[in-house]
Design a protein around this ligand. Sequence first.
Ligand code: SAH
Length: 386
Amino acid sequence: MTAAEQARVDELDAHARAGRTLPLRFDAPRRGKPPRHWADLAPDERRGAVTDAGLPPFRASQFDTQYYRHANADPSTWTDLPAAARDEVAERFFPALLSPVREQAADEGTTVKTLWRLHDGALVESVLMEYGVAGKRSSGSGRRRATLCVSSQAGCGMACPFCATGQGGLQRNMSTGEIVAQVVAAAARVRLTNIVFMGMGEPMANYNAVMGSVRRMVDDIGLSARGITISTVGLVPRIRQLTTEGVPVTLAVSLHAPDDELRDTLVPINTRFPLAEVVDAAHAYFRTTGRRVSIEYALIRDVNDQAWRADALGALLTADGRGAHWVHVNPIPLNPTPGSKWTASRRADEHKFVRRLNARGIAATIRDTRGREIDGACGQLAAQGA
Ligand code: SAH
């Protein structure tokens, strides 16, 4: 890490410790665009791009196979490409978008967090979690799966006070290529089954790049849309837009409170899109796609974890004749961020919260947290440097 990067990292860190509250930001400060990459090209743009470079059009499907199907991002190793053409192809279509800065492992090596440097020095993280690995108890039991938690922005402008990323502010949006590159890097190591947009950033505030990356994941890499989860603070117009895409991803909404008064403080965007509108848009997503919506709820001791709030949450979700079967609530114990005045709920309160929801017929399971000790758990990503 360079001195300038270290300084930026220290600044973010100090910011998080001070528990500063930031203004909401939608427009990322302007920075140099990342170089255009093969992954930025839609299928119908690829053959033209290849012929523009003076190559025969069939190279396009060869590049797709190497990059997406074989998860090989390094043309210098592509033996089906003439050796003399490899450098130029690499330079023109496959510039390195992510350089690994540091890797940290936990849970017997089944959780791995990677800190990446982008072309302009911005830092982002992704977290790979393997489940059901034989002989590794901390990977849990059950079906073998591998989930990658990806970042969609460097930093985040949504300013949620309990989230480490939110405390650092927004640096910039990531490109489709930069989002896809995280997936391809992980796919080179394991067979991925799930992607969650729960790393750094608010995916709905970078909608086009995120949807572009989802299309690459589904159409090119071959992941199931159902296995991809987009998590949002609740940008209502974007939830409505997602409803029309015809790509049945899983929608997760970070609710964290059943009443506007409290949610205004925990998820500041609530002042613009209040709960009733968010829940209505989420339910419309379910009606159109048939996909059950996940409700994220970080349980914060004595702040949002009271039994009456569980009841209020249940009432909110089932109001207006919506019933209980369109949602799955995922309470997650708060991962306290440095300097935070808040802490995780008591175990007994967590269980009571879940029982109160279950009593109304609402499915709710406490989400397991992986990689806490490497600051790789939800809300802990703040790109502290090496
Ligand atoms: N911007 C998106 C994705 C962010 S991270 C969103 O807000 O949904 C994914 C989840 O982690 C969100 O539900 C977020 O609220 C939650 N989270 C953030 N900070 C957390 C923390 N300190 N402890 C537990 N969960 C947290």
